[in-house]
Write a protein that binds this ligand. Structure first.
Ligand SMILES: [Fe+2]
Length: 545
């Protein structure tokens, strides 16, 4: 995974000159013949811990430290980010932890029993980052499955499974990934995560709304236990509440995840770093107070996910990045929230109305820097499939077929000039595909050469995944059906089901299976495949599988 220069963790910086800390003698190499390597490296993003830099084990450390589980993410051919956050009680301010750094050992093994450990090290979990750790575990073999765990004193974490990406430009026969989004805990049980964890996958993408910021509702399916977050302590509590769910923990522990936030990680329908606070309550009207709230939200997001990015500073979190799966696929992880112009017509309702400033070419959903980065990255790609992993719907949706009434100005329809610039970039690459969350429905669209005219030539296939648990307003289900049946760009739309999408990619074809759970009102559910579609290489128009 690479990104704009200087924006991501520079592994060389971390690896160079780092004394292998707490590396056990006899650490053995993997299958590739590097047995005998006796020094590991600690690429922790939370501190470059040489053995002499490690803090002492604090007195009176809780005996339960891994209440939020473990996770991995953002794999490269030779490394993966390993995550945990030390916390005894996620619903207590400070997590029940001492306000001191804590030494954490980590191990990566070929086998689940950890008899063949290939790399290990130590780092420091800092209270300034809520005792979270992000270890960049390097010196791994490409396209290889591993197991990992953490140890603090004599307390050992649950075991996670992960894998590395294939070598750059390697011929890859098959990639299986899932994508998901929108897990409002109050609106349902995460039955989908239980089934997601049982899938045969290489990778999971989570495309936003990992938490919801709403106040607890007593009439909810799962009433919230923490107040609406407005500061760092509050967002940590909310992430801790969400991450306490065993099904979510199981899905994280099973596969590496690639995550990008949307609006609810901060506040509903918020826009841009320099825009006014949303006017839906909770954020007040003071821009400086909202800036502080936003900074707290992004810091807590970083602290709770296995992101290969720098810790946010000053409220600016660098999210966009790319990831390659050999020569088969390249993913461009976008951030359509932090850098966007405010929504047109001041504030959109869920159903927007056309207004004169929508078409202003100065309006942007990616921001100038991200848009330029994406253009450069796409132009330099030799991948067979080029996938934008992002939040909001790019296919044009008209509320009233044949008119310009737009469905939702929070989505790419509210930024048509920005969308057109990206389409111009996509038109030059091989097999562009967009994967999307946000809208709580399953869909399949085609992004067309003129982004605002669905009768023009198809450029990219868009797969829209439904929510894990967030509801779709019942009053709009019929409207979605009408839009879908009237638009030549929309091939499938289904708003009644929650779930996720499994995508299998080969050099010749991309196949999408839309997985639906039978309920989110109960803790367990049946799983079914509600629809299956395929996209042949060279033809962005999908066909039923
Ligand atoms: Fe959502």
């Amino acid at each position: 995974m690479t990104g704009p220069a200087g924006s991501l963790i520079d592994r060389r910086t971390f690896l160079a000159g780092i004394v292998a800390a707490a590396v056990a003698a006899g650490c053995r190499g993997g299958d590739s013949g590097d047995a005998g390597r006796e020094s590991g490296s600690d690429g922790s993003a939370n501190g470059e811990a040489a053995a002499s830099d490690l803090p002492p084990l604090p007195d009176n450390l809780p005996t339960s430290l891994f209440a939020l589980g473990v996770a991995s993410g953002d794999p490269l051919p030779d490394s993966v980010i390993l995550w945990t956050r030390l916390v005894a009680d996620p619903l207590t301010d400070g997590g029940g932890m001492p306000s001191a750094p804590v030494p954490v050992n980590w191990e990566v093994a070929i086998d689940e029993e950890f008899e063949d450990v290939v790399v290990q090290g130590a780092t420091s979990a800092e209270p300034a980052l809520a005792h979270s750790v992000h270890v960049d575990a390097g010196d791994l073999q490409p396209d290889t499955g591993y197991w990992y765990r953490f140890t603090v004193g004599d307390v050992t974490s649950p075991v996670g499974r992960t894998r590395t990406a294939p070598a750059a430009d390697a011929a890859v026969d098959r990639l299986r990934f899932a994508f998901a989004s929108c897990q409002d805990q109050q609106e349902g049980h995460w039955t989908a995560h239980e089934h997601l964890a049982a899938e045969d996958l290489d990778l999971v993408f989570f495309l936003g709304d990992y938490i919801y910021e709403d106040d607890p509702r007593t009439d909810a399916v799962r009433p919230g236990r923490t107040p609406e977050p407005v500061d760092l302590a509050g967002y940590r509590l909310r992430h801790g509440e969400y991450r306490s769910d065993p099904r979510l923990q199981a899905a994280h522990a099973r596969f590496p995840w690639v995550c990008t936030p949307d609006d609810h990680e901060v506040d509903n329908n918020y826009a841009g770093l320099d825009e006014e606070p949303p006017q839906d309550g909770g954020s007040g009207s003071d821009p400086e107070a909202f800036r502080q709230r936003r900074a707290a939200a992004y810091q807590a997001y970083y602290e709770h996910l296995p992101l290969r990015v720098e810790p946010p500073s000053g409220g600016d979190a660098h999210i966009h990045r790319d990831l390659a799966w050999g020569a088969l696929a390249r993913f461009y992880v976008l951030d359509t929230r932090q850098h966007r112009t405010d929504q047109a017509c001041a504030r959109p309702s869920d159903i927007g109305a056309p207004c004169s400033d929508v078409a202003d070419p100065a309006r942007t959903i990616l921001g100038e820097e991200q848009e330029a980065w994406l253009g450069d990255a796409l132009a330099g790609s030799d991948a067979t499939w080029n996938v934008l992993a992002q939040q909001v719907v790019m296919t044009r949706l008209a509320l009233i077929p044949g008119t310009d009434d737009l469905f939702n100005l929070d989505q790419w329809d509210g930024y048509p000039a920005s969308r057109q610039r990206v389409i111009d970039q996509l038109a030059g690459v091989t097999n562009p595909v967009v994967i999307t969350g946000d809208i709580h429905l399953s869909g399949l669209g085609v992004v067309t050469r003129d982004g605002s005219d669905p009768t023009t030539a198809p450029v990219a296939t868009e797969l829209v995944g439904t929510s894990i648990s967030s509801s779709f307003p019942a009053a709009f289900v019929d409207a979605i059906g009408a839009i879908a049946s009237a638009s030549p760009a929309i091939h499938y739309a289904e708003a009644r089901h929650r779930g996720y999408v499994v995508v299998e990619v080969t050099p010749d074809e991309l196949r999408a299976d839309y997985r639906y759970v039978s309920t989110t009102a109960e803790p367990t559910a049946e799983l079914s495949t509600g629809a299956s579609w395929r996209v042949r290489a060279g033809d962005p128009v999908p066909q039923p599988a």
